[in-house]
Design a protein around this ligand. Structure first.
Ligand SMILES: *Cc1c(COP(=O)(O)O)cnc(C)c1O
Length: 548
């Protein structure tokens, strides 16, 4: 593995660009060949990492990890520390991402990632990304005035979590404007209020008449719009931005050390815990950070992918085929239809864990590159040729995904994927059952008594409890949202249970939010992407006038 002192460079998974800097990949988001950015090499941990890092705070760990991916010539260490401090000072707990033990017999622990401003795990990455954007823009604009100045125009579409986390990450940031489109009337009231009650001048919520897909289409056409690109520096905050993956690596390390500390307090002699992570997965961004942690050298026994009924990843790990639609099961003699037939005709399924409702997982492409590099790149001993082969493979797979709705990989590659990952699929019924069971079995007293899971976290726990148990085996299951954000599923699971009242779950930050002042513009269907473009041009000009 590469030494971590050399300057870190980035490339595109589809082989179209090489030698990019961290700043370039963060500001661009997506490579011009349609690929995603990855570091040329995954840095390995310093030899003394365990001793040196074991008692560090979350922020200090973030600094050590980020320093392996960002050259000091790009962001001087003092500046990087400042960005990290600002990003995590908005969290409501000093540990930032604490762990709690849910089941001490089965060794199941929950990593709570929802203590940021919008009560979902995306804050961990987007608080950092917002500060990075501001840092780069302010630096580029030093000494510039008027039309010379660059303004970053962030455009995104959301069906819920990403929008509010992006808005809280970018509110009030200098030289950055943010435009978030969401389908009018189709986002939960709390999620909508979380976005529209942010009244900073640089935040613009656009309620689009239509569906989430309509919003995504609008955003896509804006990114492809030549005149808009000529006059604006457009940026995206969706989960393909490399800085988001990087930021998420920290909590794999911090929770690993937290658990070790907790275990050694309980029984100092208990020597060799095996730690696996379970991750409720949609776009594969969260768990990909776990893969980087493991490849860097964190001793992770397994990464367990937990999907809902949108199970393209689960099917891949079963079959080696990555296909948008489940292939119909072979018809039994006599022509009895199997479930798969219906699934074949469907698009995304609506589930109780909507942040994981996806047809394909965009970040999976990054894992594919590393697997292709390992398996197919082995044909060559030349560093550059290995990379070229990997990029070529990924490009042809992704072409097949587009033109034929899927592709298959070699057995050797699937075997390599299974070495690091396993997968489970959890349906809505099992999700509800898990919320209820955890509420009841955590007892009624103590800090974690009557613990209430949100439906996404419940998918993770349902997958974790299916795994084999032993005294050494521990599962850290990631909790990606606060239950108050998904009241519908929680009410359905717990209504009528002794000791349950939803009011107790509601954080006080949500008090009065539904009635607070709102700032939102409605976009009629007939206005479409041209209407959104007009709003963007108008608002950015207004901000520039007011700022200078
Ligand atoms: C985004 C999200 C997920 C899925 O994370 P990926 O990185 O897309 O796999 C899971 N749970 C919640 C609450 C989310 O907001």
């Amino acid at each position: 593995m590469a030494s971590h002192t050399a300057s870190q460079k980035y490339l595109s998974t589809r082989g179209g660009s090489y030698d990019l800097s961290f700043e370039e990949v963060v500001l661009k988001g997506l490579a011009s060949d349609g690929g995603l950015f990855i570091p040329e090499d995954i840095p390995s941990l310093p030899a003394d990492w365990h001793d040196k890092w074991k008692d560090l705070s979350f922020q200090e760990l973030a600094f050590e990890i980020f320093s392996l991916y960002i050259s000091p010539s790009e962001i001087p260490p003092q500046d990087l520390r400042g960005i990290i401090q600002r990003s995590y000072s908005t969290f409501r707990t000093p540990q930032v991402t604490p762990i709690v033990t849910l089941d001490s017999k089965r060794n199941i622990h929950l990593l709570e990632l929802f203590h940021g401003p919008t009560f979902a795990f995306k804050d961990v990455a987007l608080q950092f990304l917002g500060n990075l954007f501001e840092y780069f823009l302010v630096r580029r604009n030093e000494g510039k005035t008027g039309k010379e100045r660059e303004q970053l125009t962030v455009i995104g579409a959301t069906s819920g979590d990403t929008g509010s986390a992006a808005i809280y990450g970018l509110r009030g940031k200098k030289d950055v404007s943010v435009f978030i489109t969401f389908p009018y009337g189709k986002v939960s009231p709390i999620q909508e209020a979380q976005m529209t009650t942010v009244t900073d001048a640089n935040v613009h919520c656009l309620a689009v008449q239509g569906t989430f897909d309509d919003c995504q289409d609008i955003v896509k056409s804006l990114f492809a719009d030549a005149s808009l690109n000529a006059n604006h520096r457009l940026a995206a905050v969706n989960s393909i931005n490399w800085a988001r993956i990087l930021a998420q690596i920290t909590y794999y390390f911090s929770s690993y050390f937290s658990l070790l500390r907790q275990l050694s307090n309980q029984s100092p002699s208990d020597s060799n815990p095996q730690i696996a992570f379970t991750v409720p997965t949609g776009n594969f961004g969260d768990i990909l950070a776990g893969y980087f942690a493991k490849r860097m050298g964190l001793p992770v026994a397994k990464l367990l992918i937990a999907t809902n009924s949108n199970d393209i990843l689960h099917r891949f790990w079963q079959s080696g085929r990555y296909e948008k639609h489940a292939v119909p099961a072979p018809q039994a003699e006599g022509g009895i239809k199997e479930d798969g037939v219906q699934a074949h005709e469907e698009g995304v399924k609506e589930t109780l864990s909507p942040a994981m409702d996806i047809l394909v997982s965009s970040n999976f492409e990054r894992l594919l590159w590393f697997l292709a590099h390992e398996i197919h790149g082995a044909q060559s001993s030349d560093v550059k040729e290995k990379r070229r082969i990997a990029g070529e493979k990924v490009r042809s797979w992704l072409n097949d995904l587009k033109s034929k709705d899927g592709f298959a990989v070699d057995d050797a590659l699937l075997k390599a994927a299974k070495r690091d990952f396993a997968s489970e699929r959890v349906n809505d019924e099992q999700t509800i059952e898990t919320i209820r069971e955890v509420f009841c079995t955590t007892g009624t007293t103590g800090a974690n008594g009557n613990y209430i899971l949100d439906p996404h976290s419940a998918v993770g726990i349902a997958a974790s409890v299916r795994q084999p148990t032993s005294a050494e085996q521990h599962y850290i299951s990631l909790s990606t949202a606060h239950p108050a954000k998904f009241s519908h599923a929680v009410e359905r699971a717990l209504k009528g249970q002794d000791g349950f009242s939803f009011e107790q779950v509601l954080p006080r930050e949500f008090d009065g939010m539904l009635d607070a002042e709102k700032r939102v513009r409605k976009i009629e269907r007939r206005q479409g992407s041209e209407g959104v473009k007009k709003v963007i041009i108008e608002e950015v000009e207004k901000e520039l006038r007011n700022a200078h």
